[in-house]
Design a protein around this ligand. Structure first.
Ligand code: ZN
Length: 278
């Protein structure tokens, strides 16, 4: 659930609920700590660090890092998408190239972020289930912790990688029966992918669009988390430019600039721009 509320005159927060606790979320690239984030680090670490910076409890206190590692990947993507479209915009927008080789025209896709958040919320509390022969297997959804563990494992091929990942998501008593079931079903990876896609729509997201130039239907896999990180990287770079311009113009130090609330920094930038355009 998303509700907008003003906590103070200087920083606007969003109240979000993850079903268990109420959280506050502030825009990224507002505070000095946001410049400490290295976008070159591995993705699960980067995502956790950004979430940790911007999400606090309702009273505004920082949460334990373990809270973010324990979040399901879909939930982590949901929060990153909200951050990527703050503070003024709640639209998801992307440029895609048509897959028809004779066309390849660029298409601009834009829709409200709320439709993605609705997708995530509808899929919550539904665990992926897969049936082999007469047996049903119930998996849990992967979390940031799972991503981190898989990152440090080496696999000989794709199917052994997928099998090892699934094994971590199955209840202990179903692990060996699942492995046996797979040995009798050649297309188990395909079945599993389909089940995971349906149960975790933001993690396995694809965009279906009709090209307005050639009218071909395009179904394109799209990495929403990577898109969010790209926007947030852009916001961090913009913050660097802001500091550079204010420091250059007013001879303020970095800490003096960060003592000024974001809305006033932006006002000073407007004034500098106006002067320069005279
Ligand atoms: Zn086309």
């Amino acid at each position: 659930m998303l509700t907008s509320k003003k906590v103070s005159n200087t920083t606007s927060f969003l109240g979000i609920s993850n079903g268990k606790i109420e959280l506050s979320l502030r825009p990224f690239a507002w505070l000095a700590e946001d410049l400490q984030i290295d976008f070159q680090q591995t993705r699960p670490h980067l995502e956790t660090q950004i979430l940790e910076c911007c999400i606090s409890n309702r009273e505004g206190s920082k949460l334990d890092r373990g809270f973010f590692w324990n979040l399901e990947i879909g939930k982590r993507i949901e929060y990153l998408l909200i951050l990527a479209t703050l503070p003024h915009n709640s639209q998801f927008g992307v440029n895609l190239r048509c897959l028809n080789l004779e066309c390849q025209q660029q298409m601009e896709i834009e829709f409200p972020l709320s439709s993605l958040i609705d997708l995530q919320h509808q899929s919550e509390n539904k665990n992926p289930e897969i049936a082999f022969a007469s047996e049903n297997f119930s998996l849990r959804k992967p979390t940031g912790n799972d991503q981190l563990a898989w990152l440090h494992q080496v696999f000989s091929d794709e199917s052994s990688a997928i099998m090892a990942m699934v094994q971590t998501l199955l209840p202990a008593e179903q692990k060996s029966a699942f492995q046996q079931g797979c040995s009798q079903h050649q297309d188990w990876i395909q079945t599993l992918n389909q089940v995971m896609e349906e149960s975790d729509p933001l993690v396995n997201f694809s965009l279906q669009v009709n090209c307005p130039y050639c009218n071909t239907q395009n179904l394109q896999d799209f990495d929403l988390g990577a898109w969010a990180l790209q926007q947030l990287y852009g916001a961090q770079q913009q913050l660097l430019v802001t500091i550079h311009r204010l420091a250059w113009h007013y001879h303020w130090s970095e800490s003096e600039i960060f003592a000024i609330p974001p809305w006033r920094r932006s006002r000073y930038l407007d004034l500098i721009n106006r002067e320069e355009n005279y």
